[in-house]
Design a protein around this ligand. Structure first.
Ligand code: SIN
Length: 529
């Protein structure tokens, strides 16, 4: 604690912790584990993990299908694939960290600590260590990977990692998990981040931490169709940016090409049809029944994700729809959970699964180094809300869980060791809690519409200018409400509008089409889509 600066706060007005982690996807869980391991010798609750989620499904990691890539015995080739998918825009130093630490991190945390049972070939445990290890793993392949290197459990890998990870930390003496708890703002003082204002049931508690790790996930709520869980409002990015942290690569928003879109091309409930399905032989056909990907790229369905997404969009517009033809594989046996989902939606996959692109992953975020350190003292960011440089302009499939795991562990270890300081925390006023919820719902509709029209798979300078004007106005209105009211939905809207502006501004400043950032010649108003 700092002597002179300590304000007069009663002990029960605030909470202190060595490391505060905000977010409960794989990156946040790994950060909590890394910090807890480092702090093991100390007594009491060393790590506090705060998450908005009330159920594991509230974190994007739970939804991950394809799996987690590892280096196997060829990290150099894995690195080459990551760089190629990114159109050579990834940071080679960051990629080195990822590919060199991949095998050990997965073995140590996922297999040995959590006991995740990745699918095996049934050939037996070739290592003899009882963990189903060695070449017995059933490595699968996804687009732009040179070889099968992806560990998976059916096409539902995320939940098979996430649930045991959460249970493990719940039982860990050094970790306190606070669910249904949102971070509204960071507390910073003289250039140092000292924790966050945490809200639960309308009560706001300043939580002072030796270090704060943001792991708040993606930005799916900024778009009408996304593969992310609800509540993906860019909270960590916005809070960090408002506190003065640098962000990077914000224009690189990845759209997944094969998201179930329902028979009429539109649905409120999209679900991801994993790239692994194409890896196992699924092919894309337009409404005329033609296989079109070979005309777009020599790797056809296994081309980089941004190429496939644009092709799917173009063919949908030209012919009226795109389906994923899985007749060449035993779909129900290979992907039982996806087959089940299709059945629930009344889709017989024999006639093909109707698919289209939807927002999936932000490659940019809060700018961090190889230990997850941001440009602000004692503030870290990991997982999708961060920009490590690994993904550049386009992320290679099945590297996001791995990046979250590797950087989470590194950041957690690095973050442990500083004592919390109690400083002046901003006071939030709450004069009319009822109004903002309606306000937020309506404004979110406007925000999503403008992001979809102007900052989606295609961008034109005129549209980006229009979007910035709309978003600036929106942010101005939100800021006015935030001055006198406190509600989670209002803060989520604030975070979403700040993040949407950061994406749009970065897109407007980058005139070069690369990876996911696609600058087109015709504005949306004159396009025939
Ligand atoms: C998928 O299963 O297609 C998604 C994998 C990823 O986004 O890395």
């Amino acid at each position: 604690m700092t002597g002179e600066e300590t304000p007069e706060l009663e002990d029960d007005d605030y909470r202190t912790t060595d490391v505060l982690v905000v977010g409960s996807g794989i990156a946040g869980l790994a950060a909590a584990l890394g910090a807890a391991r480092e702090l093991e010798q100390r007594e009491g609750s060393a790590v506090t993990l705060a998450t908005k989620a009330t159920r594991p499904e509230g974190a994007s990691s739970w939804w991950a299908q394809g799996g987690i890539a590892v280096s196997r015995d060829d990290p150099a080739q894995f690195k080459e694939d990551i760089l190629a998918a990114s159109a050579d825009t990834s940071d080679p130093e960051a990629v080195d960290v990822l590919v060199e630490e991949a095998n050990d991190a997965v073995r140590d945390v996922l297999v040995d600590t959590l006991g995740v049972e990745f699918d095996t070939t049934g050939a037996g445990d070739t290592t003899g260590d009882g963990n189903g290890g060695g070449d017995d793993f059933d490595f699968t392949r996804e687009a732009a990977h040179d070889e099968p290197r992806i560990l998976h459990v059916d096409a539902a890998t995320g939940k098979h990692i996430h649930v045991p990870f959460l249970n493990y930390l719940d039982d860990h003496d050094g970790v306190e998990v606070l669910d249904d708890t949102a971070a509204l703002d960071l507390v910073s003082h003289e250039g140092r981040v000292n924790g966050a204002l945490l809200e639960r049931d309308g009560e706001v508690t300043p939580t002072f931490a030796g270090a704060t790790v943001l792991a708040t996930g993606g930005i799916g709520d900024l778009y009408p169709r996304s593969t992310n869980p609800n509540g993906s409002t860019g909270d960590g990015i916005a809070m960090a940016a408002l506190a003065g942290a640098n962000v990077a690569d914000m224009e690189y928003v990845q759209f997944h090409p094969t998201v179930f879109v329902g028979g009429d091309g539109d649905t409120d409930e999209p679900f991801l049809v994993s790239e692994a399905v194409r890896g196992e032989g699924g092919v894309l056909r337009n409404a005329d029944g033609e296989r079109f990907m070979p005309d777009y790229h020599e790797d056809a369905e296994l081309a980089p994700r941004d190429v496939v997404s644009r092709a799917v969009q173009t063919e949908r517009e030209a012919t009226g729809g795109v389906t994923l033809d899985v007749s060449g594989l035993d779909f129900a046996a290979a992907f039982p959970s996806l087959a089940e989902k299709c059945k629930e939606r009344g889709v017989g996959w024999t006639e093909g699964i109707p698919v289209g692109p939807a927002e999936h992953f932000l490659c940019g975020g809060v700018d961090v180094d190889t230990h997850g350190r941001t440009s602000l003292d004692r503030l870290y960011a990991v997982g999708e809300c961060s920009c490590t440089g690994v993904h550049g302009a386009n992320r290679l499939a099945s590297t996001s869980l791995l990046e979250g795991l590797v950087w989470g562990l590194r950041a957690g270890e690095d973050a442990a060791g500083s004592d919390p300081e109690v400083v002046e925390a901003p006071e939030l006023l709450d004069r009319d809690p009822a109004l903002p919820d309606n306000f937020a719902r309506e404004k979110f509709v406007r925000l999503r519409r403008v992001m979809d029209e102007c900052v989606g798979i295609r961008r034109h300078p005129d549209d980006l200018g229009r979007a910035q004007a709309v978003l600036r106005r929106l942010k101005g209105e939100v800021d006015a409400y935030v001055r006198t009211r406190t509600s989670r939905s209002l803060y989520e809207l604030r975070h979403a509008s700040v993040t949407a502006l950061l994406v749009t501004r970065a897109a407007a400043e980058n005139e070069e089409s690369v990876g996911t950032h696609n600058v087109v010649e015709e504005p949306a108003t004159t396009r025939a889509d």
